[in-house]
Design a binder for this molecule. Sequence first.
Ligand code: ATP
Ligand code: MG
Length: 422
Amino acid sequence: MSEKTIQAVRGMNDILPDEAELWLWFEEVVRDWLHSYGYRNIRMPLVEPTALFKRAIGEVTDIVEKEMYSFADALNGDELTLRPEGTASCVRAVLQHNLLYNSPQRLYYSGQMFRHERPQKGRYRQFHQYGVEALGFSGPDIDAEQILMCARLWHKLGLRDVALQLNTLGDAASRQRHRTKLIEYFGQNRDMLDSDATRRLHSNPLRILDSKNPEMQALIESAPKLMDEIEDDALQHFSTLQKLLEQHDVSFEINPRLVRGLDYYNRTVFEWVTTELGAQGTICAGGRYDGLIEQIGGKPAPATGFAMGVERLLALMQEDGMALPRQQVDVYVVHQGDHASRLASKVAERLRDDELRVLLHCGGGSFKSQMKKADTSGASVAVVIGDDEARSSEASVKPMQGGQQIRVALDDLTKTVNQFIK
Ligand code: ATP
Ligand code: MG
């Protein structure tokens, strides 16, 4: 009896060729879009010291408490973690290499992120993000630019039904005051808290506001409002941002309950949400994190950024009926006979020199069976080389859409093939 085959880790997906074509297309669009705003690529390791995420994201956030793949390196005992997000690594890299020393930076990265969550539609244990970070900018103009960027991308991708939710968290001092008031308020109503909320009462009372428990909604509704604590500077920042968005006809909804699950945010926070993907409807999220650079050990500097979930974006594109033509080759080379076969592989290389996409038949077989393969390959033409053609340095060109087979000198092959390429 054969051994059971080994499966991929739960929640970590293979992306098969048909789907990968959509990814490639998406990556090209996104890269052009990022470059059109002057963002530059940065690439960080997938593994970082665990301490980085604890310090940046916060000890009592969902990510750090229960979603990280952390382990001790068996060879030297280092405490390591598969990155659950990119901002912390990006800031670490920027500080380590002193990139902020004389000018602000607009940076982006992409790739796998890892979170040990319960796998479901739109929620995986290995997933992909594009992260976009602007470091060293303090004004609302850059917040507006990043939001405008997103709106442009949704338009380019043909996405309908994505809505912007916006909030401000104020600065550290106002959050501290709010926190104290929340602990007081929820403390006075201890008997109405569920177990999550009780646990968070002193560690992270702000997260109680994020609770989805219907029985706690009334209590949450009348909790002290952060908005009442926020200082003028931060309010001014928020109102300028709103004006800028209005000037560009970007509509938004202010959601005072939007707090985000990572500790480093302050002032502007935003999420782009769709109703088409069920519970996993947030396709992009971000905001300002003015305190993070200092927290990771750098000289204080403001920053703002966002991350998009690639799986959710692609799911939404498919939901919206986006279909791509299959990626195809231009030419399928059919050949038979020793001399012809040697020549065929040279001819294929020459066609590729001329920028054509070429599938060279491998594995022998009759002309007829090779032509069948040519047919299903999606190529526009078959180039046929038998010993007869080989002897006279010629090839036959057969348009796959029908039409006469033409015999041409090898020197004229590219020109002839190009006449039939779609
Ligand atoms: P959620 O509320 O859905 O858990 P989050 O607040 O944890 O999201 P962020 O850390 O802000 O998410 O990540 C930014 C984006 O990355 C999300 O908006 C989402 O599109 C995507 N994302 C986050 N976690 C996952 C996951 N486990 N699987 C797939 N995509 C994810
Ligand atoms: Mg999450």
